[in-house]
Structures are given as C-alpha cells and as structure tokens.
Design a binder for this molecule. Structure first.
Ligand code: G16
Length: 549
C-alpha cells in the first residue's frame, strides 16, 4: 500500500508553509504565534497517523495548547500510547515535516519517513485530539482534521479539555480490555477515578476547609468545576479567574507561571484570600500547579513544585515503611537545575535525587528507574510514577498487621488518585490535599519543611538563542565559549550563590536563574548574569537587563 498522494497534495495545498519561518519540535512540541501554525498542525495530523500505523494502530494523542504562554501563542504536542510524551527520536521527524518548504517536499519527506521507519501503511491509524480555550484553537483544529483526512485516520475529538485529561484518555483508550486498564476512556471516567480515590483517602479525616483555585482563565476552569461536583463536600473548591472568553486574559496576571516567576499573589485574589487559607494556581492547560498562602502579616508564601515534591515524597516514604515494604520498594526523586538549593539539600538527605534537563519528558524517563519515582519541576509540573512491578506488589502484598493494611490501602488509592501519564494540576492538587489532611498540616507547617533560598528568574531577549548550548543537566554553558567561566567568577562572589543559563524551549528567550543566601543578592546575581548574557550576544545597550545594577 502506498501513500494517498493525490488527497495529501490537495489538502496540503490548502495549508502552505509560511516561507520565512523555521519550526522546531522542542521541550513541549511546536510552540509559536497561533497565526503561524496552520501548516504545522496539518502536518502534525499526518505525523500522528504515521506514528499510529507504526505502533500497529495504537491510539496517539494530539493536544493543541500553548500552556502558560500568552494567549496569542499556540502549540501542539503529540502523546504516545501510554500517555507519555512523544518518543524523542520522532521529534526530528516532526521537525522535518514541519519545515518541508513545498507540497512536493512534504510528500517526499513523508515517503522517506515511511520507508526509513518501515511503516506498514495498511495498518489502521487512530488518534484522539483536544485543544485548550485559546481563540486560535478552533481554526487549528480544522487544520489538524485536514491532516487526519489526508491519511484517512480514525480520529476522536475530545473537545476542549486539559492537557493531562488528554494524556489520560490516550492511556485509557489503549489499555481498554487489557490486564491493566487505566480507567474509563471518558472525561467522566477521569473525574470518577480521581475523585473516588480521593474520597477513600480522606475518609474519616476532619472536614477539609475550602480551597481557592486560580484557574488562569483557562481550560482548567471547566475541569475544576466538574471535578468540584464529583468531590462535593470532601473538598470544597472555590474557583477564581474563570473567564475563558474575554480576550487577552488567559494567564494574564494569574496562573501558575505568574505566581512562580513573579513570586506574588495574583492581584485578582487579593480580596478573597484570608491569612492562612490555602490557595493554588493552575496554568493555561492545567498541567502545572502552584500553592500559596498569606501569613498573619499578609506576607505571600509560595509552595512550588519543589515543596510539593518534598511533601509528597516524605509521605510516600512513610507509607511504604508503615506497609512493611521499605526493603522492597525504592522511592527516588527527580528534579531539574531549577530546583531550589534548599529543596535539593532537604531531599538528598532523605532519598536518592537525580537532576535532569528541563522538560517533563526527561524527568518522566528518569523517574521510571525507581520503584516509585517522584518528579517535579520547580514550576509545578510533575507527578509520581509507580512502576508496573510495584503496582503488582502493592496489589498483592499480604499485610501482617492492621497498620500495614491501612498503609497499603492508602498506597493503592494513591496509585489511583495520581495521573501517572504526565504532570496534572488537578490530580496533583488532590494528592497535596490528601497529604495535608493526613499530616494535619496547614500551608505553614508544609512550608516549614525546609527554607527556600531566595531566587530570581530573568528572561533575556537575544538575537539567536540557538547559540546557547548546555551540559551537566543544563547547569553549565558550553557555548558561547568563555561565558560560563565569567558566570562562575560572578557566582563565587555571592554566599550560597548558584546561577545557570539555558535557552527556553517554549519562548524565544534565554532564561537566567540565580539563587543566593539573601534576596537582594539573588536579584543582583540574576541581573548581573543576565547582563553578561546580553553583552555576549551583542544586544542593543538600551535594552540591557538593568534592574538592580
Ligand atoms: C513545558 C514543559 C515543561 C518545562 C517547560 C519549560 O511546559 O512541558 O516540562 O518545564 O516547558 O519551558 P522553557 O523551556 O521555556 O523554560 P509547559 O507547561 O509550557 O508545557
């Protein structure tokens, strides 16, 4: 069987590639201004079909979202059959297809892929797809559907939903009628699975006070609303920033990325949050989660992905011990260079900790090496993985005491409440609430597990971020030459100083992270390193990062 060239040609001609643009499948798929993505999304439709055929007709996911980015951006990522990110070797194929300059080169690139990857075109192709609430989403879905039509792909539209729900659906569809079904392959199935396990985990605990959720004016709004109905009084949710239709407000002055990068309360919550009350922010596609609270003096305290990892990992370790399984089950943590030095110290005194490059795909794979792998990026993106063998062990282990039995039941319910396919703000939120309920912690006790080193993240706009190359899990620059030693010289001047520079995978900027013993020093170090980066790339002196200098 060969490619349906005529159909592909006719449809591809309706989605021409803009001549001047180069696209790259990066940290989170393709991501750029929504108006530039028509051809890319059409071609992703084709690629999803090839991927499914290559995997013997397993269902592949396609999510149209730009997550925490501004509203005008959009993007697309592919999801592999177990709900994990697209296999890394296929990222290059995605990039090649996206950059084919004409319909003819697109067809020849497809042909090459089919033969080099030995894809049997007679196999079926199945895809499930969804989008977030961005205004450009509807027309991009139409482009994607043309891609499906071109290859005669059986496609299921999951509508407007969160990234993690799409990942859930992919795994649920592919594990249906297998020995390890992930859940009913519907949004209701997701809600029931998570809320059901949550209710079992908090049964008998004192009533949980209401939790404020900042929905970032994004797609998390409707999912949180629905989840709230399933949870009922087990966890009262109070939703804010729920306007998904007014232009320009998605992720604007709110959401998980705002909280993390600004390290402050979304202004829209100021009138609603009482001292001591817990609140959390989702990002634009609800795969990141940040908690926070105000203390008695009204000071803002952020509980980020590192704090979530510390809270959750310690709880799981205790349960494993109480279940009598500490000799059999090894719990480990995966972080990135952004992890606060305070968290790394706290965690590595208790557990094995690995550092990997930014991007959930790297963390996910590293976490698979543990029996239970807890991975979180500081930005609030993460989850917990229970290896298949561990899940069997937990399901089959015979406890010898009532205490062991209780701990084992909790662990089995955690397996259900956690969305193990990818970081999931709503699932992570339930997980956090479970631990807080079991520990009788407020935000204050949670926050006091360890003290964060003051830190600062700065974006630098440079002419070409591709010249920045890193090594050692992005902790050191190898290019431009000589820049790392200048950074090292600066860092040495600051007590507990640490700084690194990496090109963003989702925005056209270079990111600079710095931390130090005191706030002013962390700020100063960040801006001085940003200045070095700027000078190195020959930017306009008028736009040099100048705060605190
Ligand atoms: C995506 C990835 C995250 C990663 C982030 C980094 O987030 O899924 O794992 O931390 O990009 O972005 P950058 O490379 O720009 O620093 P999201 O939430 O945008 O999908």
């Amino acid at each position: 069987m060969s490619l349906p060239i005529d159909t592909i040609r006719a449809l591809a001609n309706e989605h021409p590639k803009p001549g001047h643009l180069h696209f790259q499948y990066g940290t989170a798929g393709f991501r750029t201004l929504g108006v530039n993505l028509d051809s890319v999304i059409f071609r992703v439709g084709l690629l999803a079909g090839l991927r499914s055929k290559k995997l013997d007709g397993k269902t592949i996911g396609v999510m149209i979202t730009a997550s925490h980015n501004p509203e005008d951006d959009n993007g697309v990522k592919l999801v592999d059959p177990r709900g994990e990110m697209l296999e890394a070797s296929w990222e290059a194929h995605a990039t090649a297809l996206a950059n084919a300059t004409t319909t003819d080169t697109l067809i020849s690139t497809l042909d090459q892929l089919v033969s080099s990857l030995r894809i049997d075109l007679s196999k079926p192709a199945k895809v499930v797809y969804a989008r977030d609430t961005r205004p450009s989403g509807a027309s991009l879905v139409a482009s994607l559907e043309d891609g499906f039509r071109a290859l005669n792909i059986e496609a299921r539209n999951a509508g407007i939903t969160t990234t993690p729900i799409l990942h859930y659906l992919v795994r649920a569809i592919n594990t249906k009628e297998t020995k390890e079904p992930y859940g009913d392959d519907t949004e209701e199935g997701y809600m029931q699975k998570l809320s059901g396990a949550f209710k079992k985990l908090v049964a008998g605990k004192p009533a949980i006070p209401p939790l404020i959720i900042d929905c970032a004016n994004g797609v998390g709004t409707q999912a949180a609303r629905e989840l709230g109905q399933y949870l009922g009084s087990s966890l009262p949710l109070v939703l804010h920033n729920t306007d998904t239709t007014s232009p320009g407000i998605l992720n604007h002055g709110c959401g998980a990325d705002f909280v993390k990068t600004q390290q402050k309360l979304p202004p829209s919550l100021a009138a609603h949050l009482r001292p001591g009350q817990r609140a959390c922010s989702l990002d634009g596609d609800a795969d990141r989660l940040m908690y926070f609270y105000l203390d008695d003096r009204g000071h803002f305290h952020m509980l980020d992905g590192d704090k979530i990892a510390a809270l959750v990992a310690a709880f799981i370790v205790d349960l494993v011990k109480s279940a009598g399984l500490e000799e059999d089950i090894r719990v480990g943590i995966v972080q990135t260079a952004y992890a606060n030095g305070g968290s790394t110290k706290y965690l590595s005194e208790r557990l094995p900790v690995r550092c990997v490059p930014t991007g959930v795909k790297h963390l996910h794979h590293a976490a698979e090496h543990y029996n239970i792998g807890v991975y979180f990026e500081a930005n609030g993106h993460g989850t917990v993985l229970f290896s298949p063998e561990t899940q069997v062990k937990l399901a089959e282990h015979q406890p010898s005491t009532p205490a062991q039995s209780t701990a084992l039941t909790h662990l089995n319910n955690l397996v259900q409440v956690i969305n193990q396919t990818v970081g999931d703000a709503l699932s992570d939120m339930l997980l956090v609430e479970v631990v807080l309920a079991h520990r009788s912690y407020s935000g204050i006790e949670w926050d006091s597990l360890y003290v964060d080193l003051p830190n600062r993240l700065v974006k630098v706009v440079v002419p070409d971020r591709a010249i920045f190359k890193t090594e050692d899990a992005e902790r050191r620059l190898v290019n431009p030459p000589g820049l790392q030693s200048k950074i090292d010289d600066l860092v040495r001047k600051y007590e507990s100083g640490r700084s690194f520079v990496r090109p963003s995978g989702t925005e056209d900027v270079v990111r600079v992270y710095a931390e130090a013993r005191v706030r002013a020093q962390a700020d100063e170090l960040a801006f001085r390193v940003a200045g070095l980066v700027y000078d190195e790339t020959g930017g306009d002196p008028a736009q040099r990062p100048s705060e605190f200098l």
